[in-house]
Design a protein around this ligand. Structure first.
Ligand code: FAD
Length: 394
C-alpha cells in the first residue's frame, strides 16, 4: 500500500461535509473523463475551446452562493472544492471558473443593484453570458488603487476612457466589469460595460508561456458611454468595491494552489514508483522520498489553511489580511512543491503529459495575479505589525 491521494494522509477529507465530499468524488471522475483528455492539446494550442462553457454546465458546477435569480446554490466550501478539482486537472480551467464566478458574477451578486442582478446573474451563472473583470492597467498592477481609467459623468450615465491589461476572458466576454476613477468623486468605482459598446476594443495577449488555455487581453476604452443604471450599486471606493471582491477571490486562489499540489503529488508518486534507476525504483532512494514528503507536507498545510479561511469567510469573520496571508503563502510554497515534482521526474518532468512543468509555470501566475506574493505579504505584515510598509520609493 502507498498514499496515492494526498488528502488521505491526514484524512483531510473528513473535514469536509459528507455530501460535498461525495459530490467532489463524482466531479473528479467526470473531469477525468470529460476534460482531462483534452487539456494537453488545448494548452499546446493556447485555445479556450468554445465547448468549455457547455462542459461546465453539463458538469453541474455553475451557480451562486445561494439559490436565487434562477441560479443553483453552490456553497462556499463546495465552490472551493470545485476550484480544487479543476486545478488538479488544469489551472487554466480553474482560472476560467474564478473569472466567471469569483470575480464577475460575485461582483454583481455583492455590489450590483437589484435590476443588475435580475438582468445578468441568471445568464452568467448558467454561462449563457461570459464576463470578465478589469482592474489592472498597463501602468497600475500592484498599485491598482491608483488606476487611471476615468469615468466622466455625463447626461444619462458615464463616459469611460482608459486601457486595461491582462484581463482574463476579455476576448470571449459579453460583459466587462470595469473599474474606473469617477472624476467627480476621485474614487474607483465599478461599471458593467457591454463588450459590444462603441469604443470598446480587445487585443488578445499572445505567446504566453503559462495558463495557456485562458485568454488574457488588453481592453481599450475610448469614449465608451455607460448608462447610469450600469454603474454598480454599491462599493463606490476602491476599498469597499474592488478590494472587497479580491478578498473573497484570494481565498479561492489558495484552493487553486491546493489542487495543483495534489496533481503534482499524484503524478510524482506514480512516476517514482514506476521508474527504475540503478536497478531500484526512484521511490526507494532516500533523497527522493524526502522530496516527495516535502510535497506531501506542503499539501497538508495548504489544504488546512484554505479550509480554515473558507470557514472563517462562511462565518463572516474573514478579512483581507487573512485572505492575503493565505493566498500569498500557499502560492509561495506551491512553487516549491512544483519544482520538487519537476525534479523527481528528471528530464521527463518537462513533458506536458507529466503535469509537473505545466503546474510549475501555472503556479508562477497564481503567485502573481490577484495581488502578488509581495503585496499579499505587505497586507498581512501591516495587520501583524500595525505599521504600513507601502511607502513611496522616490
Ligand atoms: P508590478 O505591480 O509591476 O510588480 C512587479 C514586481 O514588483 C512584483 O514582484 C511585485 O510583487 C513587486 N512590487 C510591486 N510593488 C511593490 C511594493 N510596494 N513592495 C514590494 N514589492 C512590490 N488583472 C485583472 O484585473 N483581471 C484579470 O482577469 C487578470 N488576470 C491575469 C491573468 C494573468 C495570466 C496575469 C499574468 C495577470 C492577470 N491580472 C489580471 C493582473 C495581475 O493581477 C497583475 O499582474 C498583478 O497584480 C501584478 O501586477 P504587475 O504585473 O503590474 O506587476
Amino acid at each position: 500500500p502507498y498514499v496515492q491521494d494526498p488528502i488521505t494522509f491526514l484524512h483531510l477529507d473528513q473535514l469536509l461535509p459528507a455530501e460535498i465530499n461525495s459530490r467532489r468524488a463524482q466531479l473528479r471522475a467526470n473531469l477525468e473523463t470529460n476534460l482531462a483528455p483534452f487539456v494537453a492539446e488545448w494548452y499546446e494550442k493556447a485555445e479556450s475551446p468554445g465547448i468549455l462553457a457547455e462542459k461546465f454546465r453539463s458538469l453541474g458546477i455553475t451557480g451562486l452562493s445561494d439559490e436565487k435569480y434562477g441560479c443553483k446554490k453552490i456553497s462556499l466550501m463546495e465552490k472551493s472544492l470545485i476550484l480544487y478539482e479543476l486545478a488538479r486537472i488544469d489551472c487554466s480551467l480553474a482560472t476560467f471558473y474564478v473569472v466567471m464566478f469569483s470575480l464577475t458574477a460575485h461582483t454583481i451578486e455583492e455590489l450590483g443593484t437589484e435590476e443588475q442582478k435580475v438582468k445578468y446573474l441568471p445568464k452568467l451563472c448558467n454561462l449563457d453570458m461570459i464576463g470578465c473583470w478589469g482592474l489592472t492597467e498597463p501602468d497600475f498592477g500592484s498599485d491598482a488603487s491608483a488606476l487611471e481609467t476615468t469615468a466622466t459623468p455625463v447626461k444619462g450615465g458615464y463616459v469611460l476612457n482608459g486601457v486595461k491589461r491582462w484581463i482574463g476572458n476579455a476576448i470571449l466576454s459579453d460583459i466587462m466589469i470595469i473599474f474606473a476613477r469617477n472624476i467627480t468623486t476621485n474614487h474607483v468605482e465599478g461599471f458593467i460595460v457591454n463588450s459590444k459598446s462603441n469604443g470598446v476594443s480587445v487585443e488578445n495577449i499572445q505567446r504566453k508561456l503559462a495558463l495557456r488555455i485562458v485568454q488574457n487581453g488588453n481592453i481599450f476604452l475610448k469614449d465608451v458611454f455607460v448608462p447610469a443604471n450600469e454603474r454598480l450599486g454599491k462599493g463606490h471606493t476602491f476599498a469597499t468595491g474592488a478590494n472587497e471582491i479580491l478578498e473573497h477571490s484570494r481565498m479561492n486562489i489558495a484552493w487553486l494552489a491546493a489542487g495543483l499540489i495534489a496533481g503534482i503529488y499524484e503524478n510524482s508518486i506514480k512516476y517514482i514508483r514506476e521508474r527504475v534507476q540503478f536497478r531500484a525504483p526512484l521511490a526507494s532512494f532516500q533523497l527522493n522520498q524526502e522530496k516527495l514528503v516535502r510535497i506531501l507536507a506542503i499539501y497538508q498545510a495548504v489544504f488546512l489553511m484554505g479550509w480554515r479561511v473558507t470557514n472563517l469567510l462562511k462565518q463572516g469573520k474573514a478579512n483581507v489580511a487573512q485572505a492575503s496571508l493565505v493566498k500569498g503563502w500557499c502560492t509561495l510554497v506551491g512553487r516549491e512543491a512544483a519544482k520538487l515534482g519537476r525534479e523527481l521526474m528528471g528530464g521527463n518532468g518537462i513533458l506536458i503529459d507529466n503535469y509537473v512543468m505545466k503546474a510549475l509555470v501555472d503556479m508562477e501566475v497564481i503567485y502573481t495575479y490577484e495581488g502578488t506574493y509581495d503585496i499579499c505579504a505587505l497586507i498581512a505584515g501591516r495587520a501583524a505589525t500595525g505599521v504600513t510598509a507601502f511607502k513611496p520609493g522616490y
